[in-house]
Design a protein around this ligand. Structure first.
Ligand code: AMP
Length: 190
């Protein structure tokens, strides 16, 4: 199984690049943000809960997020592997993922971290807010809050994988195809 954590701040291009990795490696793309948004648009209990946090740019609590992630993985026993996009976002989530995968005799093979500077992130997110109508992209204050949450709570997850020699930083600025090729090369180098 090829399990990849696609990492990076909001607006780094995780969703866009995940689609390219899915095509090439036949993996299942699991974006926790997408699952929350799906639940919000369907008015589920989970969606109502998640919306409170997402609208403020805060993280949904670990317990809820981990339970949701595990149930999503369990829905796809046929998968060749997973691209985890937007998960793990805390050390607690990283520990939970490791324990969960090891029970299934598998593991995270690599964390690919898209590196993009903050000004570029804000620019991209404001544009996405206009184009996609995503509520948390429409407001610069919420965008800055999400980047702050990333820097304070999520960036440390890179150290978690770095300590296991599973961390690869990839330049996330430039031509989309070129970034995709950088990711392919990183995977081939494992
Ligand atoms: P994303 O689509 O990955 O940018 O996520 C959008 C929002 O969903 C985040 O700002 C959080 O509020 C919530 N979210 C997504 N993934 C997680 C996670 N792993 N842990 C906690 N909250 C999350």
């Amino acid at each position: 199984m090829l399990n990849i954590v696609l990492f990076g701040p909001p607006g780094a291009g995780k969703g866009t690049q995940a689609a390219k990795l899915v095509e090439k490696y036949n993996l299942y793309h699991l974006s926790t943000g997408d699952v929350f948004r799906y639940n919000i648009s369907n008015g589920t209990e989970l969606g109502v809960l998640a919306k409170n946090y997402m609208d403020k740019g805060q993280l949904v609590p670990d317990k809820v997020t981990i339970k949701m992630l595990e149930s999503e993985v369990e829905k796809h026993p046929e998968a060749n592997g997973f691209i985890f996009d937007g998960f793990p976002r805390t050390d607690v989530q990283a520990d939970a993922l490791e324990a969960f995968l090891s029970k299934r005799n598998t593991e995270v093979k690599v964390m690919l971290a898209l590196d993009v500077d903050e000004d570029e992130l804000v620019k991209r997110l404001l544009l996405r807010g206009k184009e996609s109508g995503r509520a948390d992209d429409a407001n610069e204050e919420v965008i800055r809050k999400r980047i702050q949450v990333y820097n304070r709570q999520t960036a440390v997850v890179a150290d978690y994988y770095s300590a296991k020699n599973k961390y690869i930083k990839v330049d996330g600025v430039g031509d989309l195809k070129e970034i995709t090729n950088r990711l392919f090369n990183a995977i081939e180098s494992i």
